[in-house]
Write a protein that binds this ligand. Sequence first.
Ligand SMILES: Nc1ncnc2c1ncn2[C@@H]1O[C@H](COP(=O)(O)OP(=O)(O)OP(=O)(O)O)[C@@H](O)[C@H]1O
Length: 275
Amino acid sequence: MSDTSHPVSVDSVHVRYGSLEVLRGVTFDIQAAQGVVLLGANGSGKSTLMRTLNGLSRAQSGQIRIGGEAVTTARGAHLRGIRRRMGYVFQQFNLVAQLTTFQNVLMGVLGQRRFGLINCVGGFASATDREQAMACLERVGLADRAGHRPAELSGGQQQRVAIARMLMQSPEVVIADEPIASLDPRGGREVLELLWEIVRERNLAMLCTLHQLELATDYADRIIGLKDGVVALDEATTDVSEARLGELYNRADDTPVEPARQPVGTRDMPETMTS
Ligand SMILES: Nc1ncnc2c1ncn2[C@@H]1O[C@H](COP(=O)(O)OP(=O)(O)OP(=O)(O)O)[C@@H](O)[C@H]1O
């Protein structure tokens, strides 16, 4: 059983696409100020789980609660209200190219309001919202880029703007779906460092998918591993062994692969001629 007092509570969730059962009784909680990395091989159901958390995919059975509110049965305005308690960071930064960095951050809150885009472009945002947007930009270290357009920023900087926009929403839960997949190693680490700092200082609960095991073990407070639609691993990062992590990526039909042998006489040829 999961504990519904946690910001994220997932209990016996089943999701099926036609005859394909992708999640087969997934259960876990995330507490406040905890950043959890979700691992699993391609096709193990990570994206499906992320989409089910905010009601984009529907669970056939089981219960998901965000801040104590049931997502699985929510509809319409109620579901939209629950979604507003969740902030998102994606591989694609999803910034509006025509808007400045500052306006993009402002959209984090105005996007949820009537005439938000018009207010944002037209400069009709309240002084409080404008101050908050500037504070969010400062928090991610980009106050000096407030007037720049996204195309004038590096990938890492754009992702930091997306994080500032997410902060503007004042979420309780953060869903980060491969947030560093399009960044170089240094930019990726900077973004992860920022995300984990923010999780701690704002008491957020975060679920973050990553494909790099060493980054998962460097940053996660806890690792959850999905395999064949079930939680195959759920441990504090300090307790997880490399062998256990590796098992998440082994297939049942895995057999040792013999190293390929090159025919005699081709060994000194350029690779392009032998492949
Ligand atoms: N809308 C859909 N309709 C039918 N099948 C789907 C749908 N979405 C995902 N699937 C299937 O569900 C399984 C899990 O997919 P999912 O995208 O959740 O995995 P994943 O762990 O996020 O993979 P990856 O690491 O490659 O992103 C896959 O077999 C996929 O083909």
